[in-house]
Design a protein around this ligand. Structure first.
Ligand code: ADP
Ligand code: MG
Length: 708
């Protein structure tokens, strides 16, 4: 028997008393009272995230303000808030609530608030001393997410200056930083030598086995998906009872693996094929970020007697969420990560080998309640040659544009001297300043402009925000708001696995494109949004057109929220302009204002060349409405890139050179040292000279618009 249906068992909420943290409740409550900063560390699953906020609630901290807990991942914030509201016997959104980007589930009554680190950063913008909070807990600090790192620096700065810290507050803010064992000394030193509270935990030995399936050269997803499925089935048939946790990279790989597992598990004969005769079935459950939360709940429930649970998850199951009962790990050795790609000069999600410390953390998930086994599908050579020792913190590998703007708006003008736990390379900071200057968010001296102050209010990438504000100033925000919303939710187009169905879906999508009139991928998004909104039966309309109804529903809600932000800003001193031209041109020209950094021109055949100085050769992605029409195109802008063996541009729109002619020189004529006036004082003349020569050389070879 294999199952993937729902069933109901109520979790035993009293089990919280058995968690390692329970013994230390009183000491922890006291430690938070006694210190401004406290670092708390303990094995994953010891009860930090779910219990500590409740202990602080019981100790009465909520009387002085909310208890806020940040998470780097939105799913973790939502799932944990749900769990804690159950444990505290209240409905979600009352005493216990959560807030993540575009989804606020809190009320006036909320005193224990789980949220993403990005949300707290936005709150600091409006209220720098966080006057509504008594305690702020930065959870999962070891993950070293960009926003948590920035929050650490900001809170350190605020609390270490007594004037700033007490302004607007009746009692001082308490800050707790939680981390799974790693780097606690470093955190404590960074926070002025604050105490470290260690929750002792017991772990059991985990034996790890390498295999030779994945060597240093295998990065095709089909290889590792097939291999984890094979290994998971081997474990199921040959190992004693105990649940399996498979680590994969992302939604589509996970869904593929679950389908394959399901199909193969069907044909297992439990009389002959399976060693442990107490095992009579396999329950297959996916776990990834954008999954509906009611489905996520299932992964925590113990399987029915005789059934082995097999959870196929992203890295979220490594530390953010703990699944009880896991005895076997199948580790693909890969993770999907946002990295700055120097080849194309942009951040892209890519599949990369995990670090050795990450691999140890994954393996550790098998040893929480008894000895466990970890099956690595990669070879010792892969471990040695391809896996770094530690994961590089996000701040050192992604674009800093949005956070630098936030810092500047918070009055941190000197973004180079800011207290970073790990300093990003200066060139990344300079790059961010350059981008902010290019989209008019800061001026030549690095000061935030009026436009920059408006831009920081939107939880969107700077280019998209710039385009949206341009549209608003021309009175045509109704064209851009839906597009911005559609680009902020998961992919709305369904691509069925079955080839026949896929053909039908492609046909429907093409029809939608034709109906959209002057067709490009942005108008396509707009048209789908409007059509569905106008429909009497929107969910049926979506089903019929192979569109994700759930994603569209979120897009509707996101659009409303963006509109509210805009309306609020329009009450301020909002710039207005006039435009004489047709609507299609107006729409595309607004896009150009934000996306002129993403301009490409067709060179030969189907190949385009980007104009940002990197001069990358790119292709239009097959999912684009413009795919196969390349011959008719000349200049285009695009929303993002996908790098495989080729570089693809996605969400594409044809433009006229005239519209970007005046903007393109901005890509090349920036003096980054002027933007960062502080940096300028610190660099030697020699370094400046080097930089200038390099920029000049780039200008000559990099192919600016005027050259072609
Ligand atoms: P830590 O933060 O120290 O890693 P957690 O507080 O996340 O630990 O987890 C403590 C326990 O609570 C674990 O045994 C975990 O399985 C359980 N737990 C957490 N969330 C849920 C949930 N939504 N449903 C059931 N059990 C949960
Ligand atoms: Mg936790």
């Amino acid at each position: 028997m294999s199952k993937r249906t729902k069933w109901d068992t109520k979790g035993d909420l009293d089990e919280s008393k058995n968690l390692p943290i329970y013994q230390h409740k009183a000491t922890l409550q006291q430690a938070v009272k006694d210190n401004s900063f406290l670092v708390v560390t303990g094995e994953t699953g010891s009860g930090k995230t779910t219990q500590l906020p409740q202990y602080l609630h019981q100790a009465g901290f909520w009387g002085n303000g909310k208890i806020g807990i940040t998470q780097p991942r939105r799913v973790a914030a939502i799932t944990v808030a749900q769990r804690v509201s159950q444990e505290m016997h209240c409905s979600l959104g009352r005493e216990v609530g959560y807030q993540v980007r575009f989804d606020d589930c809190t009320t006036q009554d909320t005193v224990v608030k789980y949220m993403t680190d990005g949300c707290l950063l936005r709150e600091i913008l409006a209220d720098p001393v966080l006057s509504q909070y008594s305690v702020v807990i930065l959870d999962e600090a070891h993950e070293r997410s960009l926003n948590t790192d920035i929050l650490l620096g900001l809170l350190k700065q605020t609390l270490s200056s007594p004037d700033k810290a007490s302004k607007g507050r009746s009692v001082p803010l308490k800050v707790v930083v939680m981390s799974a064992t790693l780097e606690t000394d470093k955190l404590s030193v960074f926070l002025g030598g604050c105490p470290v509270f260690t929750i002792p935990g017991r772990t059991f030995p985990v034996t790890s086995k390498f295999s030779c399936a994945i060597g240093p050269k295998d990065t095709e997803s089909s290889v590792y998906v097939k291999e984890v499925v094979k290994v998971a089935l081997d474990v199921h048939t040959s190992e004693m009872a105990g649940d399996i946790l498979v680590f994969l990279t992302g939604q589509s790989e996970i869904e593929k693996a679950c389908d394959m597992l399901y199909e193969k598990a069907e044909s297992i004969d439990y009389r002959y094929d399976v060693q442990d005769h107490k095992v009579e079935g396999l329950l297959i459950l996916p776990l990834y970020g954008s999954m509906p939360t009611d489905q996520q709940k299932q992964i925590f429930q113990p399987p029915p007697p005789g059934i082995r649970k097999c959870v196929v998850a992203t890295n979220i199951a490594a530390t953010s969420l703990t699944i009880n009962g896991v005895k076997y790990i199948v580790d693909s050795g890969f993770v999907k990560q946002l990295n700055h790609n120097s080849r194309v000069g942009m951040d892209i999600l890519e599949v990369v080998p995990i670090s050795k410390s990450e691999a140890l953390q994954r393996a550790g998930r098998a040893g929480r309640t008894s000895a466990g086994k970890c099956f690595r599908i990669y070879s010792p050579a892969f471990w040695e040659k391809c896996m770094p020792e530690y994961t590089v913190p996000e701040i050192q590998r992604t674009s800093l544009t949005a956070v630098i703007l936030t810092l500047k708006c918070l009055g941190v003008h000197d973004v180079i001297k800011f207290p970073y736990l790990d300093r990003p390379e200066e060139r990344f900071i300079l790059e961010a300043l350059k981008q902010l200057y290019q989209c008019d968010a800061i001026d030549r001296r690095g000061k935030v402009t009026r436009l920059g102050e408006l831009m920081v209010e939107f939880p969107l990438p700077p280019g998209l925000t710039r385009a949206l504000l341009q549209a608003a100033s021309l009175g045509c925000e109704d064209l851009l708001l839906p597009v911005a919303a559609m680009l902020s939710v998961e992919n709305i187009f369904i691509r069925p696995g079955h080839p026949e169905k896929q053909k039908e879906a492609d046909k429907k999508h093409r029809q939608l494109g034709v109906q959209a009139g002057s067709c490009n991928d942005f108008t396509m998004l707009l048209s789908v949004f409007e059509k569905c909104k106008a429909s009497d039966a929107p969910s049926a309309w979506c089903k019929d057109n192979y569109i994700h109804w759930r994603a569209l529903k979120s897009a509707f809600s996101v659009e409303t929220q963006l509109r509210e932000i805009l309306l609020r800003l329009q009450k301020r001193d909002f710039p207005m302009e006039k435009f004489n031209g047709n609507k299609s041109e107006l729409f595309r020209r607004c896009l150009c204002t934000g996306y002129f950094t993403n301009v490409a021109r067709r060179s030969v055949g189907k190949v385009f060349c980007t104009m940002d100085g990197h001069g990358s050769m790119v292709h239009i992605h097959p999912s684009s409405t413009l795919f196969d029409q390349e011959a008719q195109l000349d200049w285009v802008i695009f929303h993002d890139l996908l790098v495989t063996s080729r570089i693809y541009i996605r969400t594409v729109c044809p433009i006229r050179y005239d519209w970007v002619k005046d903007l393109l020189p901005k890509l090349h004529e920036v003096d980054v040292y002027e933007l960062s006036s502080v940096a300028r004082e610190e660099v030697t003349d020699e370094e400046v000279a080097k930089w200038v020569t390099k920029e000049a050389a780039k200008r000559q070879t990099g192919g600016s618009a005027e050259d072609v």
